[in-house]
Design a protein around this ligand. Structure first.
Ligand code: SAH
Ligand code: SF4
Length: 387
């Protein structure tokens, strides 16, 4: 196989050899509305305070007691301390694309590191979130995969990344992106997070319960949640078939993205090692059942790697597997990871790959490469921050 194999996964605790990773503190966003009322009652407060706290966090993006002026002075601090502990501390922030792309490296309470990226477009604002610190799936082209899994994030740690993005947007510090062709950037203005994609660090379906709970918090209407449309949430998976089947039954019609990267098992076994457990045919079978149950078009992710998976015959094979199904292909130019010999496909090869898919009747787009200069691809910033 061309290209290097990844180094052996680092031991758990990627942020430092002595660091212990543990359970994050309990937070309001880990709890259902009924559990929040019970927790508030347990602190000797009337249950309706749960909705007040929820509105502060999900609607006003604050967890500072001094900003909760509708709560009695005597209760604010205790309620905030018990239910709104600080989960994320910014460690580094990088911006590019005229300030419309912002990537944050967060330190969690136990020292683990995760990233989120906010991307503001003329018509939407997308938040790319991490679901795990690290990842155990070992895909050799992915910076996160090379470091191994540190731990699962809690639902609240996932939601808090989106709330932080919403707070940043509301602060007016993110300039609006000018419509294509106009040049420059539009002034900052009020905007909301419209889309959430689970394409940061981690395999979301390997942290199933927290990810589904986070989706409910993100999509439940205010004050229970942030009120983001379910259709605007995308869960990207390496293809954990039983979890895809389970997700289809949740009655959460979120968009499913399947990271395929190869149409044949021989190559996919090497690019996506979990393929040895659930091969291409099984992954696509689960994707089509997901599409049938939810009515949602499945997004097939395909990172084009020069001379590895970009041959015309593979485009043809991929086209024949997908034609006639509720799917579209998102071609991603590979973002090379430090130390790897792999790189993105040549432009003509990428174009030909897309042309062959389109000729087979499969809708295809090429993902924009926002955030390239700030190591926008999954895990790259955290990989650099590691000692
Ligand atoms: N674990 C999930 C979601 C996080 S990765 C998954 O694999 O789907 C999000 C997307 O980024 C996946 O499609 C993944 O294959 C892709 N990706 C990872 N490393 C990349 C790189 N170096 N260049 C381009 N895409 C990459
Ligand atoms: Fe994990 Fe996704 Fe990276 Fe594979 S591509 S190692 S599943 S984060």
């Amino acid at each position: 196989m061309p290209g290097p194999r990844p180094a052996a996964p680092a031991p758990a605790g990627g942020a430092g050899p002595q660091r212990r990773h543990g359970k994050p503190p309990r937070h309001l966003a880990d709890l259902t509305p009924a559990e929040r009322r019970a927790a508030v009652a347990g602190l000797g407060e009337p249950p309706f305070r749960a909705a007040q706290l929820s509105r502060h966090f999900f609607g006003r993006f604050t967890q500072r007691a001094d900003e909760m002026t509708d709560l009695p002075r005597g209760s604010r601090d205790a309620l905030a301390a018990a239910l709104l502990p600080r989960l994320l501390t910014p460690q580094r922030e990088l911006t590019c694309d005229g300030g419309t792309t912002r990537k944050t490296l967060w330190r969690l309470a136990d020292g683990a590191l995760v990233e989120s990226v906010l991307m503001r477009y003329p018509d939407r604002v997308t938040m790319c979130v991490s679901s795990q610190a690290g990842c155990g799936m070992g895909c050799p082209f992915c910076a996160t995969g090379q470091a191994g899994l540190t731990r699962n994030l809690s639902a609240a740690e996932i939601v808090a990344q989106v709330v932080a993005g919403a707070r940043l947007l509301a602060s007016g510090r993110v300039p609006g992106a000018a419509p294509r062709g106009r040049g420059g950037s539009a002034p900052a203005g009020a905007a909301r997070i419209s889309n959430v994609v689970f394409m940061g660090m981690g395999e979301p379906l390997a942290n199933y319960a927290s990810v589904v709970a986070a989706i409910r918090r993100l999509t439940d209407p205010l004050p229970e949640g942030m009120g983001i449309s379910r259709r605007s949430v995308t869960v990207s998976t390496v293809g954990l078939v039983p979890a895809i089947t389970r997700l289809a039954a949740e009655r959460l019609p979120v968009t499913l993205a399947v990271s395929l990267h190869a149409p044949d098992d021989a190559l996919r076994d090497t690019l996506v090692p979990v393929n040895r457990r659930w091969p291409v045919a099984e992954v696509l079978g689960a994707a089509w059942r997901y599409a049938a149950v939810t009515g949602r078009r499945v997004s097939v992710e395909y990172a084009l790697i020069r001379d590895v998976n970009d041959q015309a015959w593979r485009a043809g094979l991929l086209g024949s597997l997908l034609a006639g199904h509720l799917a579209h292909v998102n071609l991603i130019p590979l973002n090379p990871t430090p130390g790897s010999a792999w790189t993105a496909s040549r432009p003509q090869v990428q174009q030909e790959f897309a042309r062959r898919l389109a000729a087979a009747g499969v809708p295809v787009t090429v993902r924009d490469t926002r955030g390239r200069e700030i190591d926008g691809a999954c895990g790259q910033l955290a990989a650099r921050a590691r000692p």
